[in-house]
Design a protein around this ligand. Structure first.
Ligand code: ATP
Ligand code: MG
Ligand code: MG
Ligand code: MG
Length: 480
């Protein structure tokens, strides 16, 4: 039989109608004369109150309705007497679809710690917190496609199994069809990795960028939004081994255009969340404030979650060069001892997240776009600047996160690119197809990658990346 979603009942205007709802019981309270059941069906954060009168609903059924049980309830939707919600359901019939043994059901009607919820990842979508995060995550997926669709970009699916390592960082998961108990050997007796995938060395993609560039060089403006894999053997709160990335690539664009696009995109996403996820964001804001309660004053956020989103939506980001940032960092005293954990000794070092967060949270107090990084610490495809020491790169840094976007103008000059490929020791047979786009009808172009889970960290106010993806893949965790 048909059901109505609770969200529709709570946001609609209808009362005094007969409806059926189905969902999971959050709590049941009451007395001999009446029971009140809080029912959640995932369509929204709020529960629907179901009023069960023992004259209609048998004692046996009422007994089986416990926290976690799944029920189907039918009856009259009426205006609510109590404060809080405008409607409630006077149950005429209730069917228990699935019981949940109160002795062993792990979710209690209270706020569980995020650590505990991670241990029961298979059931955590039933918690208020994770339900809210998943709805916000969905809204942001939709917003990403809306932004690019409205601008006329073409979505390109880039391969998951690939022979290339775009970033050159060697963080790849190998994909192989080899019999590892009896691997094929080359003439020197070493494992012949060329046999990985029926004659080709293959791995899971670390980025769809190189293939997206092929799209841009024909369709003009494209974007990818797909899973990426990095064998990160580190346990940070912002790295996953499997994460989703959005990578637009734009022909005839330079670094300036690239920064403008990325900034407009992030502002759009913040505004979209505020306009479309209000109930969940208000809940997550309160949750974050509770979590922050026990932190020392200097670790607390100056703005709450909603204010941070409004700030990003309405204020321009700070733009400066890597070289200028190094000068600021050298002359700064960030902690009580007056130094960074990782000292920036000289020009040329990569920034650690503590430096990135210092610039954003303490120095500028706004999102930062850093440009023109040393060529040595960036990937081969970034366009060499006239000084021949730096590249037209940009990283966007956000509060609480550090790097959220990495991008660049791409090297479109064939000779310069070939030179770089050689200098970095990249085998030409891995990138011949990429070089071809420079050989035939090359054009200036630029793009960036936004880590989707880092975006969701920002939008939900969560602090650990394991809490914003349904099935986090980190070293040692891949149960399902
Ligand atoms: P980081 O310096 O934080 O390791 P990166 O510079 O290696 O990031 P890029 O290669 O520039 O990352 O990838 C583009 C974006 O993808 C990053 O700006 C970030 O938002 C996201 N990202 C990169 N690695 C991860 C990861 N392991 N887990 C989640 N998101 C990631
Ligand atoms: Mg990295
Ligand atoms: Mg980086
Ligand atoms: Mg980067």
């Amino acid at each position: 039989s048909k059901r109505t979603k609770i969200k529709a009942l709570l946001t609609g205007e209808q009362v005094d109608v007969n409806v059926r709802v189905k969902g999971w019981v959050r709590t049941k309270r009451g007395n001999k004369n009446v029971s009140f059941i809080a029912l959640n069906d995932g369509s929204c954060l709020a529960n629907l109150q179901i009023v069960a009168d023992p004259n209609n609903i048998s004692e046996d059924i009422l007994k089986r309705i416990t926290t976690g049980a799944c029920i189907s309830a039918e009856g009259q939707l009426v205006a609510s007497q109590g404060a809080g919600q405008k409607v409630e359901l006077n149950a005429e019939t209730i069917e228990v679809l699935g019981e949940a043994d109160p002795e062993t059901y792990p979710l209690q009607p209270k706020r569980h710690s995020l650590e505990f919820l991670r241990e029961i990842a298979h059931l955590r979508p039933r918690s208020n917190t994770f339900g809210a995060i998943m709805r916000v995550r969905h809204a942001m997926i939709f917003a990403v496609h809306k932004f690019f669709h409205d601008k006329g970009f073409v979505n390109v699916h880039t391969p998951i199994i690939t022979g290339s390592d775009a970033e050159g960082a060697g963080e790849m998961f190998r994909v192989t069809t080899m019999d590892l108990a009896n691997p094929p050997k080359d003439e020197e007796g070493n494992i012949d990795f060329k046999q990985d995938f029926f004659g080709k060395e293959t791995n899971l993609t670390v980025s769809g960028q190189l293939e997206a560039e092929l799209g841009a060089m024909a369709l003009g403006e494209v974007y990818t939004f797909g899973p990426t894999f990095r064998a990160e053997n580190s346990n940070t709160t912002r790295h996953l081994a499997e994460f989703w990335m959005i990578e637009p690539e734009v022909a005839f664009a330079d670094l300036e255009d690239n920064m403008d696009l990325a900034e407009e995109f992030l502002k759009f996403l913040a505004k979209y969340a505020l306009d479309n996820c209000r109930e969940d964001l208000e809940f997550l804001k309160e949750r974050a404030l509770q979590e922050e309660k026990n932190l020392p004053a200097d670790k607390k956020n100056e703005l709450n979650l909603i204010e941070r989103l409004e700030f990003v939506a309405n204020n321009d980001f700070q733009r400066l060069t890597y070289t200028e940032a190094i000068d600021i960092l050298k002359n700064s005293k960030p902690n009580k001892k007056g130094r960074f954990q990782y000292k920036i000794e000289e020009w040329g070092a990569d920034l650690q997240s503590e430096h990135e967060r210092f610039l954003v949270e303490k120095h500028f107090k706004k999102p930062v776009i850093l440009t023109d990084y040393p060529a040595k610490i960036k990937a081969f495809y970034m366009r060499l600047n006239e000084d021949e020491k730096t590249v037209a790169a940009m990283d966007i840094l956000f509060p609480g996160i550090g790097e959220i976007v990495g991008g660049s103008q791409r090297e479109e000059r064939y000779e310069v690119l070939v030179e770089k490929v050689k200098a970095m020791g990249i085998p030409e047979e891995h990138v011949w197809w990429y070089l071809d786009t420079r050989k035939f009808g090359t054009a200036p172009h630029a793009g960036f990658g936004l880590g989707f889970e880092r975006l969701i960290l920002f939008v939900t106010g969560m602090t650990n990346i394991r809490d914003v993806i349904p099935f986090p893949r980190t070293p040692g965790t891949a149960e399902f």
